[in-house]
Design a protein around this ligand. Structure first.
Ligand code: HEM
Ligand SMILES: *[C@@H]1O[C@H](CO)[C@@H](O)[C@H](O)[C@H]1NC(C)=O
Ligand SMILES: *[C@@H]1O[C@H](CO)[C@@H](O)[C@H](O)[C@H]1NC(C)=O
Ligand SMILES: *[C@@H]1O[C@H](CO)[C@@H](O)[C@H](O)[C@H]1NC(C)=O
Ligand SMILES: *[C@@H]1O[C@H](CO)[C@@H](O)[C@H](O)[C@H]1NC(C)=O
Length: 372
């Protein structure tokens, strides 16, 4: 009798010990959190760096940061920028990082602007990371069967669909069709076609605008579950200009990305030989032109193709503070409804870092878990 009643506890303990330190805690039940957190080595959230002191363009594919092929177990994901930083050793090559390392690497390796790096990183960490261990996976999500079966929790990493990762990416498919994070050659051929058609063979802001619209139209026409609201609505536009701003050699600095370099970044996580980072810190330059070329309001297909329905409750580019408030009040609060103890404290610290990223935007900070 005693023996049998112990059994579930033992099985459960084994599973809990196996919880990876980089796997996300977002969306786990209170029981799962209570079981898992004591098994993790807690680390205070590291304070992210401010802007670079020397933000000049410089050789970044250098001797200290050679491209190396993947080793078994190395994690890559939907972001060609982060994948490249990992494959050149600006991020840990295994693809598991602290948020502070991520901010530093995006600035050092590409000259991404401090505010843009903070915003993307802390949004990612809050939605797909582990606030207790201060770790985040740039890709793979983890399926974890904890104490609340039968439904296994699928816990973050940037591959996780519907938080940061979303639909209508340029070179990755929609989650609905299978892989949302692997490089897709068919989609990349379309990027080349568009670059030939609208950019004289280069990817530039004009191409970005046309390709952004095309990917939205394709998802409306083929993905019954197409979702294009909230955080994804914003990042979908920002990501189309990242190749123009950050993948073009800083000495060239003309906003025209050639196709060999593009393939290197998107497919192989690799900088061209002798690559110089951008000429000064860059963020979303060119994004407004992309939006203006083909305005689309936030919305979704409602269970069938060609049923795109505008969602008036979603933030759009006229309501950036609503984007911030919704992400905190709705998304993060939904993933962590009732955090306690050191989890609550770590979330509050990361929410402060996230707010710092938009401190210039005139928004008011919100405190879903009270103030410390
Ligand atoms: C600083 C932290 C960063 C985070 C957390 C981040 C995260 C992500 C994520 C989750 C996606 C996938 C979204 C989706 O398409 O569904 C993405 C896409 C993308 N990211 Fe990043 N990123 C970061 C920095 C960068 C940098 C430094 C670059 C360029 C140097 C970059 C370039 C891109 C591009 C071009 C895409 C679009 C890929 C496509 O549409 O096929 N990102 N990023
Ligand atoms: C389908 O849409 C819902 C609602 O937006 C989302 O939560 C879910 O992750 C989507 N699934 C796929 C596979 O796209
Ligand atoms: C790549 O994308 C195309 C176009 O959306 C799709 O038909 C194809 O199945 C995808 N390939 C893979 C391997 O997912
Ligand atoms: C993109 O390239 C095409 C072809 O050279 C050119 O007409 C267009 O002005 C370029 N757009 C930008 C923003 O550089
Ligand atoms: C977020 O929550 C705060 C209170 O914590 C509230 O003042 C604010 O209106 C909320 N914003 C949204 C968009 O829900």
């Amino acid at each position: 009798m005693k023996f049998f009643s112990l059994l579930p506890t033992l099985v459960f303990a084994v599973r809990v010990i196996a919880f990876p330190s980089h796997a996300s805690l977002a969306g786990l039940s209170e029981r799962e959190l209570e079981a898992i957190i004591p098994t993790l080595e807690a680390r205070e959230p590291a304070v992210p760096p401010g802007p670079l002191e020397d933000d000049s363009p410089k050789l970044v594919n250098d001797e200290a940061h050679p491209w190396k092929p993947l080793r078994p177990g190395d994690i890559r994901g939907p972001c060609p920028g982060l994948n490249t930083l990992a494959s050149h050793g600006y991020l840990p090559r295994n693809g598991v990082t602290t948020p502070a390392q991520m901010v530093a690497a995006a600035m050092e390796g590409f000259n991404m602007a401090n505010g843009a790096a903070l915003f993307a990183t802390y949004a990612a960490h809050l939605m797909d990371g582990n606030p207790i261990t201060d770790l985040l996976s740039i890709g793979r999500k983890t399926v974890f069967t904890g104490p609340d079966p039968p439904s296994p929790a699928i816990v973050g990493g940037l591959n996780n669909h519907g938080t940061f990762e979303g639909d209508a990416s340029m070179t990755r498919g929609d989650a609905f069709f299978g892989s949302n994070h692997d490089f897709n050659e068919t989609l990349f051929q379309q990027l080349i076609d568009y670059s030939n058609q609208f950019g004289g063979g280069k990817f530039n802001v004009t191409v970005a605008a046309e390709l952004r619209f095309k990917r939205i139209q394709d998802s409306i026409a083929t993905n019954p579950n197409f979702t294009f609201v909230g955080f994804r609505y914003f990042t979908a536009y920002g990501e189309t200009v990242a190749p123009v701003n950050l993948f073009v050699d800083g000495r060239q600095d003309d906003g025209q990305l050639d196709m060999d370099a593009a393939r290197g970044f998107f497919q192989f996580s690799r900088m061209p030989d002798g690559f110089f980072r951008a000429n000064g810190p860059k963020g979303n330059e060119g994004r407004d032109e992309v939006i203006r070329a083909h305005p689309v309001q936030p919305g979704r297909n409602v269970g069938r193709v060609n049923s795109y329905t505008v969602d008036p409750t979603s933030p759009d580019f006229s309501t950036p503070c609503l984007l911030y408030e919704n992400l905190v009040n709705v998304t993060v609060k939904g993933l962590y409804p009732n955090p306690k103890g050191k989890l609550r404290k770590a979330l509050n610290t990361n929410l402060d870092f996230f707010f710092q990223a938009i401190s210039g935007a005139g928004c008011t900070q919100v405190f879903p878990y009270g103030r410390d």
